[in-house]
Structure formats: structure tokens, C-alpha cells
Design a protein around this ligand. Structure first.
Ligand code: CTP
Length: 214
């Protein structure tokens, strides 16, 4: 099968030297890409800027902004069997990017932000979608409830919910603990383990469901 995986943070420029971003390390997405390669699949990895060595044998597409990630995903999704969107895409970007470095003026400063496009939502509502669509949900509270809402509203097949409130798992960490929500069927938990182990289990689940749906 062919997998498309997004990973890492996006960077939304403010001026030539500044940007808005988030703490995503890309580890979960890279672990999913590696697990898919290990299982013998082809992988297109669309990644924001991270400090990780790309898995050899993946087709790596490096992007920076949410718009670049949106375009790259839409260019490749239709030729894939499973799309797993792990990236922490910025929800907002500056309304205007200053072409020159913004100088400090010693007074309060506000930045106007506008919403970015939601990549997962755009794929979920693609009318002729044939690939299995998996999203991740980074939550700090009401984890299952919020994740179930994302599954429904973004119209994906699976949401992997991730509690990012803990200091010892989730964002930046090597370990994670997830709950998997399905379009049909009861939620399934994977208890605390390294992102590599969790990725292997996720891969088995994605492959099984994709094969059942074909
Ligand atoms: N996502 C996306 N494009 C965006 C924002 C999010 O594709 N512009 C995807 C992420 O890759 C992830 C899922 O949507 O698979 C959920 O992302 P998350 O940050 O948890 O939620 P948001 O939809 O951004 O909602 P909120 O920040 O309000 O929780």
C-alpha cells in the first residue's frame, strides 16, 4: 500500500526573521512513517521543519508553512491508500507578512491573525475520496469527547487522540499514550509506550481497516 504521512510543526512567517509555530517534534509522524516502511509499504512523508533524520526509503517532501503543506498533501493524497495526518498545523497565520524586519517601537503591538486552511477537513469532505483518512487530535482536556467531535466534523475514518497535558508523554516526548476512535465501533486504547511501539500498533490497525474497506 502507499501511505501519505504528515509530521512536525508548520511555521507561519511574520517577517523575514520571525514566525509563529508550536512545540511539535515530529516524532509521532516519523515513527508512523518508519512503521509503514518496516511493514513493506511505500511512504510519502510531508514534513515541517524538525530535528530528525528522515527515514531512508521514504519520499520526503519538506515544507514550512501550512499553505505549503496543504498544497503538497493535495498533490499526493489521491494516489495513496492511507493518509495519516500527524502534523501540528498552525490554526492561524499573520494576515500580512512584512517584507522587512519589524522594528520595535517600545509600545504594545498587535498582530492580526487569520485562520489557515484545515487540511484534514478538506480531505474529509472530498466527495470522491478513496483513501483511508486518519487524523490525530492533540487535547489537554475532555480528550475523547473533543476527539470524537473532530472525527465527526472533519469526516475522517479514524482519529488518534493524544493527551498532551502530561509533562511525561505526548508533545516532544519519546513516549505516548493514545485512544483510537473509529467512525464505527468502540474506542481502543494503547497504553503508555514509546512512539515507535505505538506507531507499529497503529499501522496494524490502519492496514486491517483499509483492507476491510477495499
Ligand atoms: N489539522 C489540519 N490542518 C489544520 C489544523 C489541523 O490538517 N489547519 C489536522 C491535524 O494534522 C490533526 C487534526 O487536524 O490531524 C487535529 O488537529 P488539532 O491541532 O488536534 O486540532 P484542530 O483541528 O486544530 O482544533 P483545536 O486546535 O481547536 O483543538
Amino acid at each position: 500500500m502507499r501511505f501519505l504521512v504528515t509530521a512536525g510543526p508548520t511555521r507561519e512567517p511574520i517577517d523575514p526573521v520571525r514566525y509563529i509555530s508550536n512545540r511539535s517534534s515530529g516524532k509521532m509522524g516519523y515513527a508512523v512513517a518508519e512503521a509503514a516502511l518496516e511493514a513493506g509499504h511505500d511512504v510519502i512523508l510531508i514534513s515541517g521543519q524538525v530535528n530528525l533524520a528522515p527515514p531512508s526509503n521514504a519520499t520526503l517532501i519538506s515544507v514550512s508553512t501550512s499553505d505549503e503543506m496543504f498544497d503538497a498533501v493535495h498533490q499526493h493524497a489521491d494516489k495513496c491508500d492511507v493518509c495519516v495526518l500527524c502534523a501540528a498545523v498552525a490554526d492561524y497565520k499573520p494576515a500580512k507578512v512584512s517584507p522587512v524586519k519589524i522594528k520595535k517601537l517600545g509600545e504594545n503591538f498587535s498582530l492580526e491573525l487569520v485562520p489557515t486552511r484545515d487540511i484534514l477537513d478538506s480531505l474529509g469532505h472530498q466527495s470522491d475520496r478513496r483513501f483511508l483518512l486518519v487524523g490525530f487530535a492533540a487535547e489537554t482536556n475532555h480528550v475523547e469527547e473533543n476527539a470524537a467531535k473532530k472525527l465527526r466534523e472533519k469526516n475522517c475514518d479514524i482519529i488518534v487522540a493524544n493527551d498532551v497535558s502530561s509533562a511525561t508523554s505526548g508533545i516532544e516526548s519519546d513516549v505516548n499514550e493514545v485512544t483510537i476512535l473509529f467512525r464505527n465501533g468502540a474506542p481502543q486504547k494503547i497504553s503508555r509506550a514509546t512512539k515507535k511501539i505505538i506507531a507499529r500498533e497503529l499501522l496494524e490497525i490502519f492496514s486491517k481497516i483499509r483492507n476491510k474497506n477495499v
